[in-house]
Design a binder for this molecule. Sequence first.
Ligand SMILES: [Zn+2]
Length: 73
Amino acid sequence: MKCHVCGADLHNITTDLPFKTGLKSIVIIKDIPVFQCGNCSEYLIDDAVMEKIDAILSRADIHAELEIFSYAA
Ligand SMILES: [Zn+2]
């Protein structure tokens, strides 16, 4: 797959990403498989991965300021 910004090759990596779930709530999901561009900082998340992220976020406590989940769990 190619980067839609610069056209360089994308590499399959795992990374930790923060998601804002409310005004003061942030959920960090660890070890998410993403496609990272080797040339710029752009990354892509697969639809199936995004669905699982949504499922994880729906389990998050909206009143907690910070929660950390593992993608693989
Ligand atoms: Zn790029």
